[in-house]
Design a protein around this ligand. Sequence first.
Ligand SMILES: Nc1ncnc2c1ncn2[C@@H]1O[C@H](COP(=O)(O)OP(=O)(O)OP(=O)(O)O)[C@@H](O)[C@H]1O
Ligand SMILES: [Mg+2]
Length: 272
Amino acid sequence: MGRPDSERAQRHTRGSTPAPADPIEGEGSGDVGDVNLVDLKRVNKIRRDFVANVSHELKTPATSLKLLAESLIDILEEDPEQARFFAEQLKNETERLANLITDLLDLARLESGEGAQNPQTVDVRAVLMVVLARLRPAARRKSISLSWKRSGSTGLYTVNGNETQLTSMFSNLVENAVKYTPPGGRVEVAARTNDDEVVVRVSDTGIGIPEKNLVRIFERFYRVDKARSKETGGTGLGLSIVRHVAENHGGRVSVESTLGEGSMFTVRLPRA
Ligand SMILES: Nc1ncnc2c1ncn2[C@@H]1O[C@H](COP(=O)(O)OP(=O)(O)OP(=O)(O)O)[C@@H](O)[C@H]1O
Ligand SMILES: [Mg+2]
């Protein structure tokens, strides 16, 4: 969960007066001006871990690309069928790499606060329509029913924010619901409003998430089942993007899940 920490660090470094020249006074306090050294150390560790994670995640597809390309060259003339197989794999791995880079760029943009400066009035209902239309083919391919439910007046669904970010947030949630639900299952997107908020719930009848993993799924690169998620092309960045977008809009996201039965993600956004 990098954002709160890295934001805190930014706020501290930016907002603080320069650290006094004298060393930290006494043991245990760790405070220099309003810069908390313990915080800074933790943030530095988070940054180091992040760079290590990114390097690792980029290295894996890059290595397979090289291997696949070499195998393809070797086999091209003598076994065209096998060559086609390698070419397909090459395409999949390239896609994975491209997705990872897009996600990383999205995250970097979110963290720099871009888009937050010029909020627009966005109709969440319209965003959801676009997301549902986009993901319908993927759901159909898996014979998953993708349904939509709305209660309350349509006029109450506006929030202040960034349409691209909101689209990316809901796409990630619905994409996950479809991805982690076995064929024949159900995914439902339900939206309602109350006095202050637009509340969107994405629920599925999928594989569910073990309780002990629930607290970690919004962390960058975190996947419950690394091997399985790799097969489906996951990078583990989707939900950290979701959390960032919700928070950038003054809202929050929460999850409830039962292993083997399904999951339900709830996003709450303050109404415009
Ligand atoms: N609806 C869901 N049902 C079951 N597990 C889920 C669901 N949504 C997320 N998860 C679990 O949480 C993990 C993190 O999700 P996240 O969207 O961040 O990454 P991902 O889907 O693996 O990759 P991507 O970066 O492509 O979205 C997933 O790997 C999966 O294990
Ligand atoms: Mg995902």
